[in-house]
Design a protein around this ligand. Sequence first.
Ligand code: SD4
Length: 338
Amino acid sequence: MLHRRRFLQLGSLGLGAFSFAGSTAGKAAARKPIVISTWDAGIEANKAAWKVLRSGGRALDAVEQGVMITEASQNCCVGLGANPDRDGYVTLDSCIMDEKANCGSVAFLERIKHPVSVARRVMEKTPHVMLVGSGAQQFAIEEGFPLEPSKLSEEAERDYQNWLKKSEYKPVINIENTKKQTAFVPIKYDNGEWNHDTIGMVAMDAAGNLSGSCTTSGMGFKMRGRLGDSPIIGAGLFVDNEVGAATATGQGEDVIRICGSHLVVELMRQGLSPEAACKKAVERIIKIKGDAAKDIQVGFIAINKQGEYGGYCIQKGFNFAVCYADDKNFMVEGRFVL
Ligand code: SD4
């Protein structure tokens, strides 16, 4: 069930030479700045994050601006262009966390283009961590975020109509029994690809501070009101500035079950590398799920304070994008397929 890893070089070493405040070329130190994010969409998102990082900006700004690219793009599983819930509404979940353990989150948010930015406002402007549903939307509007039309994108409308045709449209009750759950079936397309694309991003800036973000429309054609791991601090995302940061993608119910991202960070605290920590968390899910693990996908990615990074997943096909400055201050950009 666990698969080999490939590194696909997107940019070549030395192509993006740059310098920034506080960095000493050639010095054996932590690999930084660094940003990693989930799935193919992470490649473009990393570019936006990198603009912030390479000019000495904060990891917090990088992880917000990075995933905003994905939120604004046509993507099955992030932002307003994403697939709706089974009642036909796009509902968005997002969270953000900085180096001081400040965190903010929104969930079940409708008609707002950038949930990650609303999550950041929750963090910075309220005494709370999480706002949901109409309350989150009201807060967003008060903060000046425009209320977008509720119309589905063309692609989402087409996918939804197709889904309605095939689906028996039964309520999802028992998530252990994935195959009998019509609402969960579309996670895997007929061509074998997984209907997941949530973007989780973690970064360390030139000052050595860590932050992370995570944003999604959740599971396509989900039960109305369903939340996954992505807006939940500790599940979809966790940052500890002494240790590292981790984020998750895939079947949120199973990430929540093990407090996945928090677990990965705690395993790194015990001395495991990012990859080994992600692997242990994945193994814990596999152990809990038993045979049912073959029907789900969960992937974790993580970085530590040394700028080491890694990821691990249940099923073949997960990938993540990486961008960092090497010890000579050259930019290295690539993608891992797991
Ligand atoms: C969720 N974890 O809502 C999200 C979905 C996801 O790639 O990651 N998709 O459960």
